[in-house]
Ligand binder design. Sequence first.
Ligand SMILES: Nc1ncnc2c1ncn2[C@@H]1O[C@H](COP(=O)(O)OP(=O)(O)OP(=O)(O)O)[C@@H](O)[C@H]1O
Ligand SMILES: [Mg+2]
Length: 286
Amino acid sequence: MLLSVKNLVTCFYADEHVNRAVNDVSFSIPEGKTVCIVGESGSGKSITSLSIMGLIERPGKIESGEIIFNGIDLLKADKKHIHSIRGNEIAMIFQEPMSSLNPSYTVGYQIDEVLKLHQSHLSKKERYAKVIDALKLVGMPYPEEKYNEYPFKLSGGQRQRVMIAMAMACEPKLLIADEPTTALDVTIQAQVLELMAKLQREKGTSILFITHDLGVVAGIADEVVVMYRGHVVEKASAKELFTNPLHPYTKALLNSIPTPGKVKRKSRLDTVDESVDYLSFPKEIR
Ligand SMILES: Nc1ncnc2c1ncn2[C@@H]1O[C@H](COP(=O)(O)OP(=O)(O)OP(=O)(O)O)[C@@H](O)[C@H]1O
Ligand SMILES: [Mg+2]
């Protein structure tokens, strides 16, 4: 296993109240595979990925559990080591590319900064070649010209490509993508997904993909983790999950997918009955 999350608990503190946003979550990501976390808004998907990245800030705190990456527990290893793993071997793509790109610097400069930080042995010339390669790899048209472009002059899909190029520039073993396509239109969405699949084929990258969209899950996932109110209620291979869902919550989610011939047009997961407490059912973790 490349990554194993074991019994992770991440809480947010407000006055007397403790919100266990991630509550005893366990799952694993095999090398070269795509694992999807799916669940409705507020179920703890982002907090799970931010916990892995070490980006939980006050009033949040990782309470307990293990995050084992390549045999090393990221919650226990010394800070310097962890910093280097998180920077070089795990990369993250966020939902809103504009919030993680700096509007005042060119695209090329920002990818170059990532390389400077994490691959300091490279010369300036070598870095330039790598940046152009990264832009080519993500299918950016006219990479030499785009190198000198500012983010606001790019389309949403192109910005997302820059984010992926930045994330891939260090050739991470694990790429975490938190709803990377939600803000994009359907055609661009498909292109970005295809691009990630291509990177996976070429570089053997493992992907943790977070989404509301079960259509996307069906297209890319090897394994699926279903989250509900901070808990994992079901874990299965994509095939098993779609053909034989066991947990009532998963069944409800799958029922909210549009089927041809039905009028209902909903692929978002906000259609699940809120009056049911799905945690009262036994977990179905295979
Ligand atoms: N900075 C924060 N301060 C306090 N509580 C937070 C903070 N960030 C998240 N939470 C809480 O943690 C829980 C899980 O949030 P999380 O962002 O992981 O949901 P999500 O599954 O990613 O939802 P979405 O699909 O809307 O992105 C929620 O109850 C949320 O209110
Ligand atoms: Mg989220």
